[in-house]
Write a protein that binds this ligand. Structure first.
Ligand code: F6R
Length: 610
């Protein structure tokens, strides 16, 4: 997904902007560019391809200015190309614009501008913004007024960064629906779409909210609300450091993040348990009466967060006895929703900036639902617009394939499920304390599960040339399989599907041939024999079968070609361990195939377009 960075101050803008863009590479992109102003001249460099392509050009023809903006583009309108890359400039080469998001009404604006004589060079939606600013500059007193006029014409999502020869000592940054932060320096200031871009320079930041504009000069930052009134904003201090956002000795972010799971899960769980085994969920302020009022729960999310929601449904339904529905966020708006003020909507989003999830949030709010979000990013859009927020404390997740965010989301659901069960009196206080005691042991069990890596490397070697693969399981294990399949396909590019084990025989079993890998997740005692029968069905048809289980391997040795054993925990918590071998298998298969594990093709870390 696109990344934006801006700088104004005493350093060379090129150095700071390029450094910042490198830190955002993990977001996924296909082209990049930079614009600076120096001695009254606006200079532009932008190219299709990796940042190294832009760097090479900058070595030959460097920028000297101390004010600049830069962008990594992930194509939405118009294919990746030099001309479609950002920044975009006006015809007189006096204004440059970078943009994250999508301008939904760009076609009508483009037509209006073309009718007025503007010539478009690119196929992007963004180019309308720069021409619109140019148009209003002709009648405005300054660049800020022109930007305000232009922005008032836009519909859609945008984080914009603008520099202009008319006012070379300022950068203007505007936000609607796309993430934007402003970093505070000493004799220098910054803006970016994401914290790692500027963390090397400052820890003091402002989160820009929707419809706000920042006018950034080297010694000053002024914020305006949507009515153009100057507003005062609270500063935030970032507590995690660059080390947490870099590889720390591991060859890839994904491997580092898999190995960080014991700590991430411990951070998420342990600080929320007091010495008497009570959960302290002080960010969730749903009281006794409100909880009795809740008829049902909707969990809404995308991708891995959706898969975590499937586990959340199972846990909440089984322990708290509340009906739960899980919806894919991009479908939620278009489905028939049975939601009202008696519905609790739980939004799950690592980044807290996923456009589909934000759109679902808007709708749920409009229908009067109480909104609880589970997110990893403090101050993110999802968090700021929720009634209650459960922060997973996974630290920054950089690899595109989510791992520690998923396991901490499961930890969040376990805690929410247990608390709801207590509030609804579905479990006695005694049971409650016992389950919390079991929860406390999970980080240690996650640590022990990391020992499965070696076995997973062997399995990766055996499946690396497969054309397709399958995960099967029942109940919770089926949901773990969904996440296992997503991990394997997104980074190994092996076509992988996950099925409820009993469903295979209704069609999909036709795809099983000699050596097709079938990975069965087997942790649920009550479903054990049934799933074993389904494993036999695929084994009889030549499948290479692997079981991920918490059972004694001697008891099931005959049923599979390979077995990965994870520690035994309370049945309801088994998924948080069973998923770890699935992450390792995906990671090592991808490595063995020589893929770019942290930046898989066609994918972006934070999907801020619908
Ligand atoms: C897959 C993955 C994605 C995200 C999805 C939602 O490994 O990371 O499927 O889970 O794009 O992202 P968030 O959780 O940021 O809303």
């Amino acid at each position: 997904m696109c990344g934006i960075v801006g700088y104004i101050g005493w350093q060379k803008a090129q150095d700071v902007v390029m450094n910042g863009l490198e830190k955002l590479e993990y977001r996924g992109y296909d082209s990049s560019g930079i614009a600076t102003i120096f001695n009254g001249q606006l200079k532009l460099s932008k190219y299709k391809g990796r940042l190294s392509v832009l760097s090479k050009h900058l070595e030959e023809d460097p920028h000297q200015g101390h004010v600049g903006i830069g962008h990594t583009r992930w194509a939405t309108h118009g294919q990746p190309s030099d001309v479609n890359s950002h920044p975009h400039i006006n015809e007189s080469n006096s204004v440059a614009v970078i943009h994250n998001g999508i301008i939904e009404n760009y076609r009508e604006l483009k037509k209006e501008l073309i009718d007025e004589g503007y010539i478009f060079k690119s196929q992007t939606d963004t180019e309308v913004v720069v021409h619109m600013i140019d148009k209003y500059l002709k009648t405005s007193v300054d660049i800020l007024s022109a930007v305000n006029m232009a922005v008032s014409r836009l519909r859609g999502a945008y984080a914009l960064g603008i520099i202009s020869k008319a006012d070379p000592d300022k950068i203007i940054a505007v936000r609607k629906e796309s993430p934007l932060i402003v970093g505070i320096g000493d004799g220098e200031n910054f803006f970016a779409s994401d914290i790692p871009a500027i963390l090397e320079y400052t820890r003091e930041i402002y989160y820009v909210d929707n419809d706000e504009t920042a006018v950034i000069s080297k010694d000053d930052i002024i914020f305006y609300d949507k009515d153009k009134n100057i507003i005062k904003k609270d500063k935030f201090t970032i507590t995690w450091d660059m080390d947490a956002a870099t590889k720390g000795g591991y060859p890839h972010f994904m491997l580092k993040e898999i190995n960080e799971q014991p700590k991430a899960v411990a951070d998420t769980i342990l600080r929320r348990i007091d010495e008497n085994n009570n959960l302290i969920l002080d960010d969730i302020r749903i009281d006794d009466t409100q909880i009795q009022n809740i008829n049902d729960i909707y969990i809404v999310a995308c991708g891995t967060a959706y898969n975590a929601g499937l586990i959340g449904k199972y846990v909440i339904e089984n322990i708290a006895n509340i009906r739960v529905r899980v919806d894919i966020a991009s479908e939620f708006r278009y489905n028939k929703q049975f939601i009202n003020d008696k519905t609790l909507v739980i939004l799950v989003s690592q980044s807290g900036e996923t456009a589909d999830t934000l759109a679902a949030q808007k709708l749920a709010k409009a229908k009067g639902c109480r909104i609880l979000s589970i997110t990893n990013v403090v101050g993110s859009s999802v968090a700021r617009n929720s009634d209650d927020v459960f922060y997973t404390l996974a630290g920054p997740e950089i690899a595109v394939a989510s791992t520690k965010a998923y396991t901490t989301m499961l930890a969040a659901f376990y805690m929410i499920g247990i608390e709801l069960a207590k509030l609804k009196r579905e479990i006695s206080i005694n049971e409650y304390h016992k389950i919390v005691e079991l929860l406390k042991k999970l980080p240690q069990k996650v640590e022990e599960t990391l020992k499965t890596e070696e076995k997973c490397i062997e399995i990766a070697e055996k499946i690396k040339n497969a054309k397709s693969a399958f995960y099967i399981g029942r109940g919770l294990d089926d949901s773990v399989g969904k996440e296992g399949a997503l991990k394997l396909k997104e980074i190994s590019y092996i076509y992988t599907e996950s099925f409820a084990a009993g469903e295979l025989k209704h069609g999909t079993i036709a795809l099983i041939e000699e050596n097709t890998p079938v990975i069965a997740v087997l942790t649920q005692d009550k479903l054990l024999e049934k799933t074993i029968s389904n494993i036999q069905e695929v084994k009889a048809r030549g499948a290479y079968t692997i079981i991920i289980t918490d059972k004694d391997s001697n008891d099931i040795a005959n049923y599979a070609d390979d077995i990965v054993v994870v520690p035994k925990v309370y049945d309801l918590f088994s998924s948080i361990l069973a998923v770890i071998p699935a992450q390792f298998i995906a990671y090592h298969t991808s490595i063995k195939k020589g893929n770019d594990v942290d930046k898989p093709r066609n994918l972006a870390k934070s999907v801020t377009v619908e």
